[in-house]
Design a protein. Structure first.
Length: 222
């Protein structure tokens, strides 16, 4: 039922995600209701469609149901004070949702190798009332490749990697959880858990179709 969650308003979109069994927790509902998707897309008239949308530079903002799935699966690790990494942060929408889930005291780092998209996301966050969080370091938007070194309680990846990058596994805290699309032609969302002793467990969640995780040069050429 994921693709049937389109609404006329942000609140209706989120209500439809709940009625279709995608949003389960009150925390995720509140966080997504607090972030207006219209600030993070190029076409405001299509903001509440439950579909991916083009945001420039051969990038898209994922469909709302995928952001809801990601938030629900990462939720046990999205406590106040947690540190979160969003790889391929695009327009900044999920960064805003994650910020709501780890506040107060948390930190969300969004990383995107297209600087123009980083600038776009910062402007979007400011339009959505999160300029102070960007200013005080609760939200950090970076142009780079995702190898930041800090252990993160939760990692979300917004593009498909052929295999799970070792650099991201190394940055996942113990314990911690990653939500990542993996594969080339056949892709699956994998939930990757690292326990307190550093042991890794992998679980396939669902089949998906994501754009590939790549570098700036390859993305601009596609």
């Amino acid at each position: 039922m994921a693709w049937f969650s389109t609404g006329r308003t942000n609140s209706q979109l989120i209500a439809n995600l709940k009625s279709n069994g995608i949003c389960h927790s009150d925390r995720v509902m509140r966080a997504m209701n607090a972030v207006d998707r219209a600030h993070y897309v190029l076409s405001r008239e299509d903001a509440y469609e439950d579909s991916p949308q083009y945001i420039g530079h051969n990038a898209t903002i994922s469909a709302p149901h995928m952001h809801a799935y990601a938030s629900e699966h990462l939720l046990p690790y999205l406590r106040p004070g947690a540190k979160v990494l969003d790889v391929g942060s695009g327009s900044g929408y999920l960064v805003a949702v994650l910020h709501r889930l780890v506040s107060p005291g948390g930190k969300v780092v969004g990383i995107e190798h297209i600087k123009e998209l980083v600038d776009f996301s910062v402007e979007n966050l400011k339009k959505d009332g999160l300029g102070a969080a960007v200013g005080n370091g609760e939200i950090v938007m970076i142009a780079g490749d995702g190898r930041l070194g800090c252990p993160y309680d939760a990692i979300h990846v917004g593009a498909a990697a052929p295999t799970v990058p070792d650099a991201l596994l190394e940055q996942l805290a113990s314990p911690g959880r990653m939500f990542i699309p993996v594969g080339t032609y056949m892709q699956y969302i994998e939930q990757i858990d690292k326990d307190a002793h550093g042991n890794i467990q992998r679980k396939k969640i669902m089949g998906v179709r994501y754009v590939p995780l790549t570098d700036r040069e390859m993305q601009e050429q596609n």
